[in-house]
Design a protein around this ligand. Structure first.
Ligand SMILES: Nc1ncnc2c1ncn2[C@@H]1O[C@H](COP(=O)(O)OP(=O)(O)OP(=O)(O)O)[C@@H](O)[C@H]1O
Ligand SMILES: [Mg+2]
Length: 464
């Protein structure tokens, strides 16, 4: 749906044209003469202006000039009577999109309007492509077969085709952006833009100008008009990352776009309409922010129509090795280096590790290992996972235990060692036992006799 202005002083022709364009699914405004057309142009925004060249008062050339001035991205199609074609050609030079000679078939005009709209989309796309490198978000780029990831992808498949707003929550590095991209690329909007904005990266004013655009002179430094991300995403999807980090004013404006599909550029009075699907992501607890008054409740409900939670890597340990293999292949090809995989110690280490930075941390760890590895097989020493990596590659236990001068009960040292191992193993007793080189049975016995408190909710769903 586009907004179109039809200006012609010939009533029957104007009404017929308006009706046919309305039937084609557009929102049409009529102006019965040139002055009325100029008024409309000052009042609101149109995607396409169809104007007669010769009208009482201001003529088609005035309409063209004003449109070019107020709405540089709007296409103007002129209608000319026989004999004024040269003027029309002249008008093309001044930026008219096209002209039609009267009398014409309504269909001919519809085709021209569609072409004008297509051009506008292409321009948007171009503008967007200049800003953004398109990324590949196909499902087959999403690695992993754990139950929890499969559940997420099932929801994505189900909701992708709808226009519902989607809220993606998850810890840092869990693939929120990947899921957002997959949702867009499996939607009916896939051929249109997927536009990303990181709300945390910009301050209020800059963020609003990024989102809604601004008019020339809207603020100091605004030396030319800027098309915002909402406009670039028209017909496509806008991905608002880190949505928890928005000011109250921005929240109100986003709510309005969600409800009314309209907004104004900063410093602008004209109301713009867009057809945008919104996908939002956050690693913050939005419902808590609503409770504390930092996030609008009405916006929260509008965003949270479909809710997707990307599970942390430690809760889907099954995905660790497939992901690692995927990253090894990628870096091997990027670095043009032969890499076959991980030795068994390295595999164990990856599965055991807690991954606070999730998949991004895994990706980085593999990249580092791929760079450092001296052989085709990556070893645990190549991985350098913080405290986890064996110091100096050995298993030298010296210096692990510090006895305070006042002495300490052996039981306390044991309790500390076991708690530490459990934490490292994400509270999986079997894995913790392995770390301390005792049997799971002994581990279980120690936990009971030393009265070690396990977290109520086990963080781990599937153990490797
Ligand atoms: N299932 C997966 N398969 C392959 N790669 C993945 C998968 N999930 C995430 N990645 C990769 O891990 C990295 C982090 O993912 P992404 O940027 O989507 O996470 P995020 O949740 O948006 O993180 P942040 O909260 O830090 O913005 C990216 O390079 C992404 O391509
Ligand atoms: Mg992200």
């Amino acid at each position: 749906m586009a907004r179109i202005l039809v200006a012609d002083d010939h009533d029957a022709l104007r009404r017929g044209l308006a009706l046919s364009l309305t039937t084609a699914g557009h929102e049409v405004d009529e102006a019965a003469n040139g002055n009325a057309a100029l008024e409309r142009l000052h009042e609101g925004y149109f995607d396409v202006v169809v104007s007669d060249l010769k009208m009482g008062g201001s003529d088609g050339l005035d309409v063209l000039r004003t449109t070019r001035q107020l709405h540089p991205t709007t296409s103007v199609i002129l209608m000319t009577a026989f004999g004024s074609v040269t003027t029309a050609v002249e008008a093309m030079k001044h930026g008219a999109f096209d002209y039609v000679q009267k009398p014409f078939e309504l269909e001919e005009m519809e085709v021209k309007v569609e072409k004008a709209l297509e051009l506008k989309r292409l321009r948007n796309e171009l503008d967007y492509l200049r800003n953004e490198r398109q990324e590949n978000y196909d499902f087959d780029r999403i690695v992993g077969s754990s139950e929890s990831l499969r559940k997420v992808l099932d929801v994505v498949r189900k909701v992708a085709k709808s226009n519902s707003t989607v809220l993606i929550r998850g810890e840092t590095g869990t693939g929120k952006e990947l899921i957002a991209g997959a949702t867009h690329h499996n939607s009916l909007r896939a051929a249109r833009n997927f536009v990303k904005v990181n709300c945390a990266a910009l301050q209020e004013n800059l963020l609003e100008s990024e989102l809604f655009g601004h008019e020339k002179g809207a603020f100091t430094g605004a030396d030319r008009q800027r098309i915002g991300r909402f406009e670039q995403a028209d017909g496509g999807t806008l991905f608002l990352d880190e949505i928890g980090d928005m000011s109250a004013s921005t929240q109100a404006k986003i709510l309005r776009v969600l409800q009314e599909h309209e907004f104004e550029r900063l410093g602008g009075t004209r109301t713009l309409r867009v057809d945008v699907r919104l996908i939002a992501a956050t690693n913050r607890d939005l419902s808590a922010m609503v409770a504390s008054g930092h996030f609008r409740e009405d916006l929260y409900y509008r965003l949270n129509v479909v809710s997707i939670e990307t599970p942390p890597l430690r809760e889907r340990k099954d995905d660790i090795l497939p992901l690692a293999t995927h990253f090894i292949r990628r870096f091997a090809s990027e670095l043009k280096k032969r890499l076959d995989g991980l030795d068994s110690e390295a595999q164990k280490l990856l599965v055991r590790y807690n991954w606070p930075g999730n998949i991004r941390e895994l990706e980085n760890a593999i990249e580092r290992a791929a760079l450092l590895a001296e052989n085709a097989t990556i070893t645990s020493a190549d991985l350098r996972l913080g405290d986890f990596a064996p110091a100096g590659g050995g298993r030298d236990p010296q210096g692990v235990v510090k006895i305070p001068p006042t002495g300490i009960a052996l039981e306390d040292i044991e309790r500390q060692a076991i708690t530490e191992a459990l934490k490292m193993a994400n509270w999986v007793q079997k894995d913790a036992a392995e770390l301390l080189q005792i049997s799971p049975r002994v581990m279980n016995y120690k936990i009971k006799t030393l009265a070690i408190e396990m977290p109520r909710r086990r963080v781990l769903a599937t153990s490797a």
